[in-house]
Design a protein around this ligand. Structure first.
Ligand code: PEP
Ligand code: MG
Length: 672
């Protein structure tokens, strides 16, 4: 069967819509081919589909052969017509946000020290250059191939390990940058699993190549094919292919690990940057990035914007010969880079950086003030942290405490669990860093999608609905007991509260509290305040009875949204629809607040919703008592609260509860 279709979505078959197409195609048995112009691609291979360079408005021809061909074509036709779930507001095709900012460089355009590129992530940076090499596929070392079965097993193991690494990066990035940015690494997983790529590599192994050479050869051809496409957006995906190639080669012992940055702040200059490189560097040492090639729609650029790293792309090859360590001014407001600025140019740039920081400083200066609305209603603003260093920053940023200490940071990425002593020291360091402000230590929230190497668990079909959070802790009581003992022993260092994640009913809370009471009694430490995360709809619906069992609630709006709307919180194509302002989620927030307040308990909210400027007045109007946000957002959230009236917030909240969709809530909230 054959159908012809016009591709309607905004960016054509670029990475994420193509991934959507491929994922759907793979649910059918039949063979699916996609034709465009003179080329034909395997509809189940992302890499193959990308090389068609299908733009918006292009006609494609879908051909399917097999028992379920009619269903396949009907489903694919509908998906293509609906735009392959491409949200209109997503960043990939959008130009760099043109944040008006001070232009730091005024050197004449023909100044040989000046190079003009494209502003891809706003900001200004001054510092020494660090030249970074591009992620070239490393030449596979000359090794004698083992028997094909052995080489096949090596490749399979490396692909599995690469998938594990990408999963971890993705999980971390969801918190640092957001779900749709983290989904960039889903495209990388898709490349790893691409049937054409893997079978090309396996064919070469059969012919006697070692695994590394076979993988590199399979990738090389595709990288070249994608890089030479005349569509810049698609050609940029060659960097993603190379990035994936590098990762697997490294795991096969044939590539190089990324060299660390120098131990002082630098401006990176590179031919082009891969997504893995962009997120690999310590934010404190990375002032800005300039690339010779690349565009503002690359995945690296999307990540830089999400992480707040100033970036100029497409500055031309000359920048690659600028000397290591030479000073550079990078002006990502103007899209320029200036090597070896004179004293005036340098101080002008530094003044621009200072001006950019001024607004933030003004907010920060006021952030020590309480967040009290114009009509006298107080809301606490706390911070979400994962280390003592972040807790120190939180205190400086005006946080009134830590509303969520994610203890996973101690448990992930290691071969054995942290000892009780190590945990106690880590929690005590966070508590001590807060100078008397409270810290809510959330017990381990792993399992399912965040597996631990030392806690092997049977694979689960639906990890988000599996043995995770408090369920896992109660199933492995020795781990929970040890963690509770560490928290209790750390408690004299500050004002420590305990919080249990993923609670669905009272029996779980009672079991966990009983263990905590035993541990506290053994340690002869006074009882700690205990709260639970309200992130499962069941807990919100039972808030009145749960409130009698605990001292406080903290609403996890990220998970509460996911479970209420049945939309995976990290799903690339659902990201724009998985909106915590959905009235169903807001009604659960309302119910939680009512249940808690009736029992004289307080309610915080520690999900991403608390940093959304549209959501904050609604949450305040719903009666949420505390908002816990990422450290950099603390001063701004406090400033928003100080600028609003509680009476108005209550009107907005009532209006939002009466809406039918999240879009309607957003519309009504801004139309005031
Ligand atoms: C949440 O679910 O909103 C939350 C804060 O917890 P986490 O993001 O760690 O799951
Ligand atoms: Mg959660």
């Amino acid at each position: 069967m054959v159908v012809e279709l016009v591709v309607q979505n905004r960016t054509g078959l670029h990475a994420r819509p193509a991934r959507e197409f491929v994922n759907l195609a793979r649910t059918f048995q039949c063979d699916i081919r996609v034709q465009h112009a003179a080329k034909t691609a395997n509809g189940k291979s992302l890499v193959s589909l990308l090389t068609l360079a299908v733009k918006r408005g292009s006609t494609i021809r879908l051909e399917a052969h097999g028992a379920d061909e009619a269903e396949a074509l009907a489903a694919l036709t509908a998906a293509v017509r609906e735009g392959l779930s491409e949200g209109t507001g997503e960043g990939e095709a959008a130009a760099a946000p043109a944040e008006a900012g001070p232009v730091a460089i005024s050197a004449p355009v023909d100044d040989p020290r000046l190079r003009r590129g494209v502003a891809a992530s706003p900001g200004v940076a001054v510092g020494p250059i660090h030249q970074l090499r591009a992620p070239q596929p490393a030449a596979a070392p000359v090794v004698v191939a083992g028997p094909p079965a052995e080489e096949r097993a090596r490749l399979t193991a490396a692909l599995t390990a690469a998938r594990g690494e990408l999963g971890e990066i993705r999980n971390r990035l969801v918190h640092r940058a957001g779900a749709s940015e983290a989904a960039i690494f889903d495209v990388h997983v898709e490349i790893l699993e691409d049937p054409e790529l893997v079978s090309a590599a396996l064919d070469r192994i059969e012919q006697g190549d070692p695994a590394a050479r076979a993988w590199q050869a399979a990738l090389d051809g595709r990288v070249a094919a994608v890089a030479t496409l005349d569509d810049a957006l698609l050609a940029a995906r060659a960097v993603d292919l190379t990035d994936v190639a590098q990762r697997v080669l490294r795991l096969l012992g044939a590539g190089k690990a990324l060299a660390p940055l120098p131990d002082h702040p630098v401006v990176i200059v590179a031919p082009e940057l891969s997504p893995s490189q962009t997120i690999a560097f310590d934010a404190g040492r990375l002032l800005g990035i300039c690339t010779a090639a690349g565009g503002p729609t690359s995945h690296a650029a999307i990540l830089a914007r999400a992480l707040g790293i100033p970036l100029v792309v497409g500055a031309g090859p000359d920048v690659l010969s600028w000397p290591e360590g030479a000073a550079v001014v990078l002006d990502a407001a103007a899209g320029t880079v200036l090597c070896e600025p004179d004293a005036t140019e340098r101080s002008r740039a530094e003044a621009a950086i200072a001006a950019c920081a001024e607004r933030r400083r003004a907010e920060a200066a006021e952030s020590g003030l309480p967040a009290i609305t114009t009509d006298g209603h107080r809301v606490e603003v706390a911070a979400n942290v994962a280390s003592a260093a972040e807790a120190r920053q939180a205190a400086v940023a005006g946080a009134e405490g830590v509303g969520l200490l994610r203890t996973e940071f101690l448990f992930l990425d290691r071969a054995a669990p942290p000892s009780e002593d190590e945990q106690r020291a880590a929690y005590a360091a966070v508590a001590a860093a807060l100078g008397g402000r409270p810290v809510i230590v959330r017990t381990l929230d792993v399992g399912g999608d965040k597996p631990l190497a030392y806690l092997p668990m049977p694979p689960e079909a639906n990890p988000f609905l599996g043995v995770r959070g408090l369920r896992l802790s109660l199933a492995r009581p020795e781990l929970l007991r040890e963690q509770l003992r560490a928290i209790v022993l750390a408690s004299p260092a500050g004002k420590v509260r305990v919080m249990f994640p993923m609670v669905a009913d009272v029996s779980e809370v009672r079991a966990a509290r009983a263990m905590l009471a035993e541990v506290a009694a053994e340690a002869k430490v006074p009882p700690l305040e205990v709260g639970i995360m309200v992130e499962v709809p069941a807990a919100a619906l039972l808030a009145d009875s749960l409130a009698r069992e605990v001292d406080f609630f903290s609403i996890g709006s990220n998970d509460l949204t996911q479970y209420t709307l049945a939309m995976d919180r990290g799903h690339a194509t659902l990201a724009t629809r998985a909106d915590g302002l959905h009235p169903a989620v807001l009604r659960l927030v309302e119910r939680t607040v009512q249940g808690a307040h009736a029992a004289g308990k307080w309610v915080g909210l520690c999900g991403e919703l608390a940093t959304d400027p549209v959501a904050v007045p609604i949450l305040v109007g719903l009666g949420v008592d505390e908002l816990s946000v990422n450290v950099p957002a603390v001063p701004a959230v406090k400033a928003w609260i100080r600028a609003m009236s509680y009476e108005r917030a209550r009107v907005l909240a009532a209006r939002a509860l009466a809406c039918a969709t999240a879009a309607e809530v957003r519309e009504k909230a801004v139309s005031r």
